[in-house]
Design a binder for this molecule. Structure first.
Ligand code: GDP
Ligand code: MG
Length: 442
């Protein structure tokens, strides 16, 4: 696996604190192989690894991670970003029924997905109507009816009056039916061929033109690997689509198709389907897919743990200072602020800590950019001033304000806040330890 290969690559680098050009090259090579093995299209792999190298060069060196871990983290973050950067939910029509049209090759999983999506929508409180517009295969209508029954969703099928034999007429009639009977989402299942073919494209295009869907979803089998890209491009050109659904993720495909299609068509993967059961269906989760593409769950867990341990060590050092082994300084204050920001929004964190609920309201309006301003001010102080803010007289405060581009009142406010925080920390330390860290020795 990639984990093993990376570990080998970095055997000699353990404990080394920064990313060298050689480190970056070596990892980029391994990442490239991993992506190709996961069926990511070559041009996408090239572009992606180039971006990763660029970012790795510019990255601040994290003290918490070794070089391999650090690059993997960058790759993982970047994958998540690309896979989900613009993840969006279904768009519903403002008036009248929302129309969702499915398109894709035969066997992609459209008919199965239609029912899964209907069930999912039903669970969200919608009342969907399934529409059978695959009139190519003799059994297709029946298959949708069987699936519809399984999820308890009605199926609109061709019969005299509904437009027999003509999928465009059936689709049109279904919208009228939905409006009449107050169904709020119409899911149009369409025909596919085994390969891309002009007639099928034309038919899908005609249905699209007739019903003007709010969403056209391109359904693609993750198992087809590299072919996913050519198929996606053909559908983008021939029918056009707004989002992608990946199916058969319960197979052993690593899912590189998701990355390729996202990069090449620019359309988001919105849903993932992973099994024959009607409930094997969910919104697409970029983080899970990134883990799957990289195939390095273990390494990612390790990275998370390494970072947590590092943060805890830092916090512990601060706590030790409070318990009399040192003094809590402005540097410690800044470190703490930065760690809290790393963990998430202040108010959320405070709400999670036992005994800190009382501060929650005060922090609910906490402006995260405030940390940047605090940082600027503290960094304009000399080490002596940071260690002992008591020496901050008027002229020092004026100098610091100028140096950090703030007002003297901002500096005053910060010093006051620091004094408050110091008091609070000391109370906590005396009162049996920092929340979530166990008792503090001493
Ligand atoms: P369509 O031709 O696009 O309508 O595809 P179907 O919905 O008929 O699916 C083709 C085959 O793939 C059927 O045997 C389905 O049971 C199967 N299938 C669909 N989705 C999944 C999935 O997520 N996982 C697995 N394992 N099989 C699936
Ligand atoms: Mg079908």
């Amino acid at each position: 696996t990639l984990s093993d290969r990376l570990s080998d690559t970095f055997k000699n680098l353990r404990g080394k604190g920064r990313l060298s050009e050689a480190d970056i090259d070596a990892t980029a090579r391994e990442i490239r192989i991993a992506l190709l093995e996961a069926d990511v299209a070559l041009p996408v792999v090239k572009e992606f690894t180039a971006a990763i190298k660029e970012r790795a060069r510019g990255e601040e060196v994290s003290q918490a991670l070794n070089p391999a871990q650090q690059i993997v983290k960058i790759v993982n973050d970047e994958l998540i970003e690309i896979l989900g950067g613009e993840t969006r939910r279904l768009r519903y029509a403002k008036t009248g029924p929302t129309v969702i049209m499915l398109a894709g090759l035969q066997g992609a999983g459209k008919t199965t997905l239609a029912a899964k999506l209907a069930l999912w929508l039903k669970e969200q409180g919608k009342s969907p109507l399934l529409v059978a517009c695959d009139l190519q295969r003799p059994n297709a209508v029946n298959q949708l009816q069987v699936n519809g029954e399984r999820v308890g969703v009605p199926v609109f099928a061709p019969e005299p009056g509904n437009g027999t034999g003509n999928p465009v007429a059936v689709a049109q009639a279904s919208i009228e039916e939905a409006a009449r009977k107050l169904y709020d989402v119409v899911i149009v299942d369409t025909a596919g061929r085994l390969g891309v073919d002009a007639e099928m494209m034309q038919q899908a295009k005609d249905i699209r033109a007739a019903v003007n869907p709010d969403e056209v979803l391109f359904v693609v089998d993750a198992m087809i690997g590299q072919d996913a890209v050519t198929t996606a491009l053909a559908f983008q050109e021939g029918v056009g689509f707004d989002g992608v659904v990946l199916t058969k993720l319960d197979g052993d495909a690593r899912g590189g198709a998701a990355l390729s299609i996202r990069s090449i068509t620019g359309k988001p993967v919105m849903f993932a389907s992973a099994g024959e059961k009607m409930t094997d269906f969910d919104l697409f989760h970029p983080d899970r897919m990134a883990g799957r593409i990289l195939d390095m769950g273990d390494m990612l867990t390790l990275i998370e743990q390494a970072e947590k341990v590092f943060d805890q060590e830092q916090a512990f050092k601060a706590a030790e200072k409070l318990s009399g082994k040192g003094d809590f300084t402005l540097d410690d204050f800044l470190t703490q602020m930065q760690q809290i920001r790393k963990l998430g929004s202040m108010s959320k964190i405070m709400g999670m800590l036992p005994g800190m609920g009382q501060f929650k309201d005060a922090l609910a309006n906490f402006d995260e950019r405030e940390i940047d301003r605090i940082q600027a001010i503290i960094q304009s102080m000399t080490p002596a001033e940071r260690d002992n803010p008591k020496i901050l007289d008027g002229s020092r405060r004026l100098r610091i304000a100028k140096g950090s581009g703030r007002q003297v009142s901002d500096v005053n406010q910060l010093v006051d806040r620091f004094t408050e925080a110091k008091k609070m920390m000391q109370q906590l330390a005396n009162g049996g330890g920092m929340p979530g860290m166990g008792p503090v020795p001493g």
